[in-house]
Design a protein around this ligand. Sequence first.
Ligand code: PLP
Length: 370
Amino acid sequence: MKAYFPTAGKPAKGEDLPPVAYLQWYIPRLREQRKHNLSFSGLQFPWELGTVEDVWKDHRKQGFDERELVSEMYGVHTDNVHLTMGATQAIGVAISAASRGGKVAVEMPSYAPVSQTARILGLETLEVRRQPTSDVWTIDRENWKKVLIDVDLLMISPQLNPVGCSYTMDDRRWLVETCKEMDVRIISDEVYSASDRNWQPFYKEGDHCISISSLTKVHGLGVIRYGWILADSKIIQDVNKAFHHMEGMMSSPTIRIVEKIKERLSEPIDLIEDYRKANLPVLQEALERLGIEWTPPAHGVFGAFRIPGVDTLEMIDTIGKEYDLLAVPGCMFDSELNEWLRVGWSIEPKMFEEAVQVLEKVIREAINIT
Ligand SMILES: Cc1ncc(COP(=O)(O)O)c(C=O)c1O
């Protein structure tokens, strides 16, 4: 059977390039526009932007610094900010700038670009794995230490895809301190974290920590490709060199659109809170009726749970398709997650309720077959 999860290993070029198998599976199914869509990992925010004047004209001019928006968002100096065309590009640019040529530890489960991009850039990667518990997934410190000793860079996504929980405070502190002692730089992909109003980016933990984010997930603006990197100013200078090679300049339409909506960036976060209040109890009750244990993550718009004995990829591709339902199988994110299903609650409550009724039927049928 085809494997969809991301892989670690030697540098890879040409036909050995690892696919983002999740996107190969997901994009055709998204295009089917299934009626009940619980697959979104980002907020579906009803942006209506109207007209943006001179949208295509060069945005660069005297006295305008495009980094200011992000520097104000985090209260950091503009010298610690670099913009990118989305978080995916930020991953490659940040690795190019922060690597010192050694091996790279990559956290699993993961969204494949976070864990695989280092291989494409000519670096060998080694896996570290966050472990399932019935609540927040945790770091197995002894195992992580054995890997960290061998690397000079670590790739993480604190708010873990597919389960949606972040590190415990204790694990976070341990990770930051251990990496500092071992001279390992951390690149932290935080695209989901702004839904936590008290989120502190890893960048603020020390010069060895770099944060990446974008307006894709929490703000529902993936189509405009606006992302950023926060890092020590010396690393940002190297980020700038990599960016000039890999992108050149930011897109003017992107900058102009974001400038137009910059006063409205808290609206999506309010909507996420409303959706959590309305939608989470509906999902929790359905899972309880099915006898599935689940603790929702403290923030954000998706979570994942295990359906014992059910291959969720097969379930979505057969019974799910029949009932016009889409949700994301856990096997897209790691090898041991075949029985896990990721469900998003970032849609309007009426639609969500209908979709959860269908999900309950699909799961019940799958459990009965197995
Ligand atoms: C952890 C993570 N980072 C980045 C992205 C993509 O972000 P962007 O659209 O800003 O490139 C995703 C998309 O699913 C993701 O899960």
